[in-house]
Write a protein that binds this ligand. Structure first.
Ligand code: NAD
Length: 434
C-alpha cells in the first residue's frame, strides 16, 4: 500500500535519478500535526481590481504573520474586484513576481466574485480566474496548491479561508469553491469547533471513514462509528479509542434511518455518508447484482437515510450532511459504470437538496469527491492502474485518508454554514475530469 516511489524520490539519489529520467517529482506534503498546526511562514495579501471585501481582519485571525514581500507560505490574491480583461492584467502583475517565492507545500488562494448574470464583461473576467487557477495548479509544483474561492463576504468564508490556508488542505488543489453570505456561527473554540456536537460516520470502521471519525473527534465531536455487523469489532475498536460509540448496522437496511434516529435520541449534528463499495466490471460483463449492490450502498441508502433523518428532525439546526462522491463520478472510469453512476448521483442529490435542507432544517449538504486515496480499496487495484492513479494529478501522489477527513471536518464546521451544495474534490487536482 505504501507509495515506495514517493519515499524513493525523497532521497538524494532518488531525486537525482528521477530528475535525470524526467519522471514525476512528488513533494512530501506538509500535513497538519498538533506540533505544527500552521503553515511555515507568513501570508502575502495582494489585490487585483478594486475590492470591497473586509478581508484583512479575517486573514489576521488565521494566525499567519503578514509578509511584506519575499518568501511567503501563502499568497492570497483578492480578485473579487476584477471586472474586465484589463483588470485581469493586475492578476498577472500581482502574482507573476510572487509565485516563485511561495514556500514548498505553500498555498496560492485566489478570491473571486460570483460571475454576474447581467454583466458579461465581469462574468468573462471572473470565469477567467477558474482557468487561471487550474492552470497555475498544474504548473506550480513543490507540493504547493492553488484554489479559487468565490465569495461576497469574507466573514462568512472564515472557516473556508482558514482551511485552505492551513496544512489541513494539503491534497485539495485546483478547486473552485462557492461560499454564500449567510452569517457564520463562530465556534467558542476554533481548536475544538465540534465540542458538544455529535457526528455519525457510516463505514467508520476502517479506511477513510476511520480517519473521518478520528478527525471529527480531534475537533471535539462525540463520534458514532457505524459499520456493517461483520465489521463490528473494528468499529468498536475505533469508537473506544475516540471515546465514542459503535453502531452495527447495514446502511442498506430499509429502516436504517429510523434505527439511527432511535440510537441517537438527543439528535445528530453531523451525518457523514462515507460507506461505499466497488464491484468493478465493464458494462458488457456486469451482472445485475453487481450493479444493484453498488447503487444500493453508495446512493439509494444515502437518499433513504437522509430523507428519514431529516423527516424525523434528527438533524439539529446547524447540522451538516457530508456525502461521499468520487472523481470517478465526475470523470467516469472504465469498469465503473455502476460506481460512477452512484457517485454522480450523490453529487446530484447534494446540489438539489442543499438549498431546501438549509431553508427547511438549517442543515447544509455538501460532498467530498476523493481522487486516488491510499486505502484498502485502492490497494486492491492492479499495480499499473494503481501507479497511474497515484501519479496522474498535480501533486503526483495519492492522498491519505486524513486529507478527506480534514475536508469533511471543514464542511462539518459550525462556521461553514455558508458552504452549501458544494462537491469538493480531494484529489491533488487529478487529471481525470479536471
Ligand atoms: N479510496 C479511494 O481512493 C476513494 C476514492 C473515491 C471515493 N472513495 C469513497 O470513499 C468512501 C470510503 O472509501 P474507503 O477507501 O475508505 O473504503 P473501505 O472499503 O476501506 O471502507 C469502507 C467502509 O464502509 C463499510 N461499508 C460498506 N458497505 C456498508 C454498508 N452497507 N453499511 C455500512 N457500512 C458499510 C465497510 O465495511 C468499510 O468499513 C467510499 O464511499 C468510497 O467509495 C474512496
Amino acid at each position: 500500500m505504501a507509495d515506495r516511489y514517493l519515499s524513493f524520490t525523497g532521497t538524494a539519489p532518488g531525486r537525482f535519478l528521477s530528475r535525470r529520467l524526467g519522471l514525476p517529482q512528488p513533494a512530501v506534503l506538509r500535513r497538519w500535526s498538533p506540533e505544527r498546526p500552521a503553515l511555515d511562514g507568513p501570508l502575502l495579501h495582494l489585490t487585483a481590481g478594486a475590492s470591497d471585501l473586509d478581508l484583512a481582519p479575517v486573514l489576521a485571525r488565521t494566525g499567519l504573520k503578514p509578509a511584506e514581500a519575499g518568501a511567503a507560505a501563502a499568497v492570497v490574491l483578492d480578485a473579487t474586484g476584477v471586472r474586465d480583461v484589463e483588470a485581469l492584467g493586475e492578476v498577472h502583475a500581482a502574482l507573476h513576481p510572487a509565485v516563485r517565492s511561495v514556500a514548498a507545500s505553500g498555498r496560492v488562494l485566489v478570491l473571486g466574485a460570483p460571475p454576474a448574470a447581467d454583466d458579461h464583461h465581469q462574468a468573462a473576467a471572473q470565469q477567467a480566474l477558474e482557468g487561471f487557477t487550474r492552470s497555475l495548479g498544474k504548473e506550480i509544483g513543490r507540493g504547493r496548491t492553488v484554489n479559487l474561492v468565490r465569495l461576497t463576504d469574507a466573514h462568512a468564508a472564515e472557516s473556508t479561508l482558514r482551511f485552505l490556508l492551513s496544512p489541513k488542505s494539503a491534497y485539495v488543489s485546483g478547486q473552485v469553491i462557492h461560499v454564500g453570505a449567510d452569517a457564520p456561527t463562530a465556534p467558542d473554540d476554533w481548536e475544538r469547533p465540534l465540542a458538544g456536537r455529535t457526528a455519525l460516520v457510516t463505514g467508520g470502521a476502517r479506511g477513510i471513514g476511520e480517519a473521518v471519525a478520528e478527525t471529527l473527534a480531534r475537533d471535539g465531536a462525540r463520534v458514532v462509528v457505524l459499520d456493517v455487523p461483520a465489521a463490528e469489532a473494528d468499529a468498536r475498536r475505533v469508537a473506544e479509542r475516540l471515546g465514542g460509540t459503535a453502531l452495527a448496522l447495514d446502511v442498506t437496511a430499509a429502516d436504517a434511518g429510523e434505527r439511527i434516529a432511535a440510537a441517537l435520541p438527543d439528535g445528530l449534528d453531523a451525518l457523514i455518508h462515507n460507506a461505499g463499495i466497488t464491484r468493478d466490471r465493464r458494462l458488457v460483463n456486469m451482472p445485475a447484482d453487481r450493479w444493484g449492490a453498488v447503487l444500493e450502498v453508495n446512493l439509494a441508502s444515502v437518499l433513504r437515510t437522509t430523507d428519514a433523518l431529516l423527516a424525523a428532525g434528527a438533524l439539529r439546526p446547524g447540522g451538516r450532511i457530508v456525502a461521499t462522491a468520487s472523481i470517478a463520478g465526475l470523470a467516469g472510469n472504465a469498469g465503473q459504470t455502476n460506481y460512477g453512476a452512484s457517485k454522480a448521483g450523490v453529487a446530484g442529490l447534494v446540489r438539489a437538496l442543499a438549498p431546501r435542507a438549509l431553508a427547511e432544517h438549517g442543515v447544509t449538504v455538501n460532498a467530498v469527491a476523493p481522487g486516488f486515496i491510499e486505502t484498502k480499496m485502492t490497494a486492491a487495484v492492479p499495480l499499473f492502474i494503481r501507479e497511474a492513479g497515484r501519479r496522474m494529478n498535480s501533486l503526483a501522489q495519492g492522498g491519505l485518508p486524513v486529507d478527506v477527513a480534514e475536508t469533511t471536518a471543514w464542511l462539518a464546521h459550525p462556521a461553514s454554514g455558508a458552504v452549501n451544495g458544494q462537491v469538493v474534490r480531494v484529489c491533488g487536482q487529478s487529471l481525470l475530469g479536471a
